[in-house]
Design a protein around this ligand. Structure first.
Ligand code: ATP
Ligand code: MG
Length: 263
């Protein structure tokens, strides 16, 4: 199973909407870092135009609140939470303590915010390595969104295990996608229509086996079409099962819940 996933592509293509939709449908424990107040993370009531946050996603304003939640009995089982803080240090802490998260999917929206900041970069790189190499042990799956793959530092790019891309036009980015993933993938990315996305590897089975298969475009309908991205009709058509691995009985056992946090 993929552990470090990049969703990239030009501004306003739908990266955040896509990542949030996918993970709402598949992650048993979802922790969203929202440093730039992305519109798709607004509740519908707050933002009828683009908001899509379901009512059961709990929003915390500081990492202290998140830590208290993670250590509480409520953190057993399934949940989705979001950190929306004014203070960058809260996000830095959320990433630094990622090594303690168990069976959590961390969605880091707008990774550029973190890669620009030396304080945050080091823990982000560490979390990337953990996701990519020790995912089975720590249970951390990390998804990050960024406009351009080349905005990410090499240490993170090199760890990527899966990529969803909207259209890219910069030669440097296309070159990276061709070398890291495949020339066919890069060519598909360069030719995408607005709001279409392609993934690499093209399906979960191929991802596990480290091979490449057919690429399929996602078409959620035209802009201005149906607005509910979590609705069934908008389910991305990727030709792959939407549900990622579910927690097994063993994994939901108490001994596998969140480890205590350092201060
Ligand atoms: N498949 C789609 N079809 C049509 N419109 C879409 C689609 N996906 C997202 N949108 C719309 O595009 C706009 C941008 O979406 P979103 O914020 O998810 O994009 P983004 O790539 O994360 O943008 P940014 O680069 O600003 O972070 C929103 O208004 C959203 O409703
Ligand atoms: Mg976004």
């Amino acid at each position: 199973m993929s552990r470090l996933v990049l969703v990239c592509g030009m501004a306003q293509e739908g990266k955040t909407t896509f990542a949030f939709t996918k993970l709402l449908a598949s992650a048993d424990r979802l922790f969203v870092l929202d440093p730039v107040r992305s519109r798709p993370f607004n509740a519908k009531a707050e933002d009828a135009e683009a908001g899509m946050r379901p009512a059961d996603v709990r929003v915390f304003r500081s990492y202290d609140e998140v830590a208290a939640f993670l250590l509480s009995g409520e953190a057993r089982g399934k949940w989705r939470i979001m950190l929306r803080s004014e203070n960058e240090d809260d996000y830095v802490r959320a990433i630094r303590y990622a090594r303690h998260y168990r069976h959590v999917t961390l969605l880091v929206d707008e990774a550029l915010v973190f890669t620009d900041n030396d304080e945050a970069l080091e823990p982000l790189i560490k979390a990337s390595r953990m996701g990519a190499h020790f995912g089975g042990g720590t249970g951390l799956t990390m998804w990050i969104t960024a406009q351009r793959p080349m905005d990410l530092p090499r240490d993170i790019r090199s760890q990527l295990t899966q990529c969803y891309s909207y259209r890219q036009t910069e030669p440097g980015d296309l070159d990276f996608l061709a070398k890291k993933f495949s020339p066919e993938f890069a060519a598909a990315v360069a030719g995408l229509a607005p709001h279409h996305v392609v993934m690499f590897p093209p399906d979960q089975k191929a991802a596990r086996e480290g091979r490449q298969g057919e690429l399929e475009a996602l078409d959620r309908g035209r802009r201005g079409g149906a607005r509910d991205p979590v609705g069934r009709e908008q389910e991305p058509r990727l030709g792959v099962p939407q549900a990622d691995r579910r927690l097994s009985a063993e994994e939901t056992d108490e001994t596998h819940t969140l480890a205590a946090h350092g201060s």
